[in-house]
Design a protein around this ligand. Structure first.
Ligand code: CTP
Length: 403
């Protein structure tokens, strides 16, 4: 007897999602389609974790199926991807569901994005293209078997045993982003890799086959993993030797150090602080296709690392040295070098603000644009040295200068 999760569907999915799934089930029955919940949603139903995305796979052509749903006035098709035959569909009350056609995949170049070879294959064939057994489970949405779990690969046992297992020996070569997906699932759910999966991963990392792989896929996974912002995940990353993926040396940094620094100092891209402690290879940085702001973190880090700090004689010098740099880059610089100047800037100097504005200075008699700039700089110097502290002090200082 297959495990049946109809109860879990009723308890764990919102009423709107349930309504949408029932409409799908009826439409599938009417037009002779076979449809299934697949991947993360099934895993998370077992694990009692929060469910964000609903993925449905159609054994056949998902776009054709979605058109039937639309003809029945049950949904609005938002997006169609004709090559892979996938569709994003909107049901009532803002309920979005992604539909995919079953497919087999073929990797024309190892580590690059796959091309679909056969759309509309059997569910069993579709399942074998996936990353881990825990993500290869399906739940029938078909009338006679609604809620039945379909497990071709032992995923249910692996969920019970908290085990991450790849489906075949080529898995990491075909898609190395699975290494980081494994890290993400290990951290999120407390799962561990089985012996063979660990060996395959280590083999891939030690051979470092080539750099010509899909780094944007890895970027997306590393962003999700490090955005969890737990030191544990960074320690695990290093313990697994995953820095080798980036052709990097292991840095002498503990995850908790990074986590604590980030908890005390807000930055826009916490995940980049973790990554920036490891990723140095210029070719890979280029291949990551970072946004302009993300790129600045790496270039600022490298500028800071190449500068000589011996000429920093005052708080003002330290302030000017770090001021224009991305805050993430300053944190990375500190983590890599442990220079006390960086910590002084992060903890103290970066928080010092001038309270007087240009208009205040005009009222105090400093009218020329150039003079205003100079005066602000002098106030800053005084504040950084500790000679003046608050707005009252700033006003008194300006007055001594304009007398
Ligand atoms: N998948 C895969 N290999 C990848 C990415 C995804 O085999 N590199 C498959 C897995 O079966 C996965 C499904 O595609 O369950 C959906 O992928 P995605 O939405 O990225 O992941 P989820 O498993 O849903 O995990 P998350 O909770 O992080 O979204």
């Amino acid at each position: 007897m297959p495990i049946n999760l109809k109860d879990k569907i009723e308890h764990r999915l919102s009423e709107n999602v349930q309504k949408a799934l029932l409409s799908c089930s009826k439409t599938a029955e009417k037009y002779g389609f076979k449809i299934y919940l697949i991947g993360g949603v099934v895993r998370d139903l077992f694990l009692k974790k929060e469910i964000f995305d609903i993925d449905v796979t159609v054994e056949g052509d998902a776009v054709e199926f979605c058109h039937k749903l639309a003809d029945e006035k049950l949904c609005k098709i938002l997006q169609v991807q004709d090559k892979l035959k996938t569709a994003k569909v909107l049901f009532s009350e803002n309920t979005e569901i992604d539909f995919a056609s079953t497919r087999q995949e073929f990797y024309p170049k190892r580590g690059h994005l796959p091309v679909a070879v056969r759309i509309g294959c059997s569910l069993q064939e579709d399942v074998y293209r996936r990353d881990f057994t825990i993500n290869s489970l399906a739940i029938s949405l078909n009338k006679e078997t609604f809620g039945d779990v379909i497990d071709y690969v032992g995923g249910v046992d692996d969920i019970k045993n908290k085990t991450l297992k790849v489906l075949h020996d080529n898995s990491f070569c075909e898609d190395p982003s699975r290494i980081i997906r494994g890290l993400k699932f290990a951290a999120r759910f407390g799962f561990h890799r089985d012996k063979h999966t660990k060996e395959l991963q280590e083999k891939y990392q030690n051979e470092q086959l080539h750099k010509d792989i899909s780094w944007t896929r890895i970027k997306s996974e590393i962003k999700q993993a490090f955005s969890l912002n737990t030191g544990k995940i960074f320690d695990m990353f290093l313990a697994n030797g995953e820095e080798k993926l980036f052709y990097a040396q292991k840095p002498e940094i503990k995850g908790l150090e990074i986590q604590t620094l980030l908890e005390n100092h807000h930055v826009d891209f916490p995940w980049l602080v973790y990554l920036g402690c490891v990723l140095k290879d210029e070719e890979i940085i280029e291949a990551f296709c970072f946004t302009r702001a993300e790129k600045k973190v790496f270039s600022d880090r490298d500028t800071l690392l190449s500068e000589n700090l011996s000429m920093l004689n005052s708080n003002y010098d330290i302030y000017k040295f770090f001021e224009k740099r991305a805050p993430e880059a300053v944190l990375i610089y500190y983590l890599l070098t442990k220079r006390k100047e960086a910590l002084i800037y992060i903890e103290k100097l970066s928080k010092i603000r001038i309270e007087l504005k240009g208009n205040d200075l005009k009222e105090l008699g400093v009218t020329d644009g150039k003079e205003i700039g100079k005066m602000l700089d002098e106030i800053l110097k005084k504040k950084l040295s500790g000679a003046i502290v608050n707005k009252k002090d700033e006003i008194a200082f300006v007055k001594t200068k304009t007398k």
